[in-house]
Design a binder for this molecule. Sequence first.
Ligand code: TYM
Length: 333
Amino acid sequence: MGKKIFSGVQPTGNLHLGNYLGAIKNFVTLNNDTENECIFCVVDLHAITVKQDSKELRNNIRETVATFIASGINPKKSIIFNQSQVSAHAEGAWILSCVARMGWLNRMTQFKEKAGKDKEKASIGLYSYPVLMASDILLYDATHVPVGDDQKQHLELCRDIAQKFNNDFEVDNFLQVPEPLIQKEFSRIMSLKDGSKKMSKSELSDLSRINLTDSKDQIINKIKKAKTDPMPMPNGLQELDERPEAKNLLGIYASLTNTTLEKSIENFYGKNFSEFKESLSEILVNKIEPISIEIKKLLADQKYLDQILLEGVEKANLIASKKIQKIKEIVGF
Ligand code: TYM
């Protein structure tokens, strides 16, 4: 049976290899299965939980759409739209925030990481962001949500919110409790400069990540400069626990070539690290360069990108407005 897929990506610029291998690559596979109904959302309401420049935000929304298409998502087959244009998302988030409990949100590790030491100065939106995410998913009765490992906890919260709503209002199975789709291996791509930190768009050093808009030379340079350790290529999986940078690079290699970590270790055992890095660069360039070129091409045609969003908004609105209407009735409005 086909799945109902929903996922979102923040338009905050610098979409990177982590977003690609953790999420977007999976979106493309799901989109290619004709049995699935897919909805991919540019979550611009999530983006403003931290300060954004309005002009840049507008460009980043288009760039995220361009990245989806350049990566292989077919806008004729999947709905692509931006969250702010479908008002049910914000309305749903309010209602669900009256269902979610403070104690649940207090456990969210991403808020703690993002707010850092100065929690008092974080926006309320940053704190309640997982409730908005739940609203996104539940409005479309999504059965499956493809995400990277860092979103796992937010999805568990979404499941809890759906169950509590169904219980509180005695509406069995009204809100669909979604399943996460997280890749078993390499669902968390790490920084090229520090194997203990997630690859992220907010990291200051651009050398820490491969951006999906990087050129061939930039990719080669970043892999050359990627942190490693002085030991030879590893001989087995156990060794990698102590060698996070080597593990990450071998993991990226495995993910790009659709093999296992074990296979990529076997492939390179006994070779020099520099030889491995050359192979990795080549594979990365083959995969990312065409995407990067296509993103730039698509960005030159703003009208086309805006049209895709417009059509997506219309379709998404049709689904979400019906669901929010039912939610309101159930609540008693
Ligand atoms: P965001 O925009 O931070 O990231 C988009 C997707 O990329 C994945 N990802 C990674 N995967 C592996 N390794 C990494 N280093 C890495 N960095 C990012 C994320 O897991 C995510 O799948 N709250 C979400 C967006 C969202 C959403 C939703 C997702 C809003 N509503 C509803 C699913 C369903 C976010 O901020 O993702």
